[in-house]
Design a protein around this ligand. Structure first.
Ligand SMILES: [Zn+2]
Length: 259
């Protein structure tokens, strides 16, 4: 009788343990699988989210909202800089998912007031390249907004250097200073390891990739058009430019990885 009781108890305990394990497995992150072909990632480049006719780099809020809705409906997974690094270094992608990385250059205040509410609505992750000397200046993100973005865990704050100088116009020493000082500021203020730098105006010299590595970054983004691949070099990744007035078809082409 006692033996039977023990057997039943053991069964219940094992059953409970098993159900706990399966719930945890279901809750755990998406499985990343090794790809047969080299990984390609569409890294979208945005700047200011506002209506400013004549400036093709300014994407109006309603267009941005349509684009985010499209990514949501198509089941896209938005990658962080750490995930992009993981994808390229291991040649892995989340299982059965389409991927995209969203980036914003310069750190406009409208990234918080216009873009962030839309990103939050669809739970999409994005990366903002901050010019550290421009924080709290007119039209740019404030320290308070940056803190909220950091806290949201949806937004990665990365470097777009200190002064937004074109790096190819600077000496190696001055480049390293721009790369290092911006990283240090972000690391200290947001208690993070800043992994990514976006080169101002996409300009860089032959030495820049090595200098970015030396400064402690894992990834560097350019403005060369196209999908990003590891072959380009981890410090020379290409990006897809999102411009004013894109059709849904045009946008869908930018985020497509299969031809
Ligand atoms: Zn810029």
């Amino acid at each position: 009788m006692l033996k039977k009781y023990h057997g039943v108890m053991l069964g219940i305990i094992l059953g409970l343990l098993f159900s706990v394990v399966s719930v945890n497995a279901a809750k755990s992150k998406t499985k990343w699988v090794t790809q047969a072909q080299p990984v390609k990632i569409p890294i979208l480049m945005y700047h200011s989210i506002e209506t400013r006719p004549g400036n093709s780099l300014c994407v109006p809020e309603n267009e941005f909202a349509e684009q985010m809705k499209y990514l949501h409906e198509q089941g896209y997974v938005t990658l962080t800089p750490a995930e992009v690094y993981h994808a390229f270094s291991k040649n892995k992608l989340p299982q059965d998912k389409k991927v995209v990385m969203l980036t914003f250059d310069d750190g406009y205040a409208n990234n918080y007031t216009a873009a962030y509410p839309i990103l939050k609505k669809y739970h999409l992750k994005a990366t903002i390249g901050i010019i550290t000397s421009k924080i709290d200046t007119p039209d740019m993100l404030t320290s308070a907004q940056l803190k909220k973005l950091k806290k949201s865990k949806l937004i990665s704050l990365v470097s777009h250097t200190v002064n937004h100088f074109e790096l190819n116009q600077l000496s190696a020493k001055a480049q390293l200073e721009e790369l290092t000082a911006s990283k240090q500021w972000l690391d200290e203020n947001f208690h993070q390891k800043t992994r990514l730098v976006i080169y101002p105006v996409g300009r860089y010299s032959e030495q820049t990739p090595e200098l970015a590595k030396q400064a402690g970054y894992d990834l560097g983004l350019t403005t060369h058009p196209g999908l990003a691949t590891k072959d380009q070099g981890m410090y020379q990744l290409h990006r897809q430019r999102v411009v004013l007035g894109m059709s849904e078809l045009g946008f869908s082409e930018l985020v497509k990885t299969a031809s």
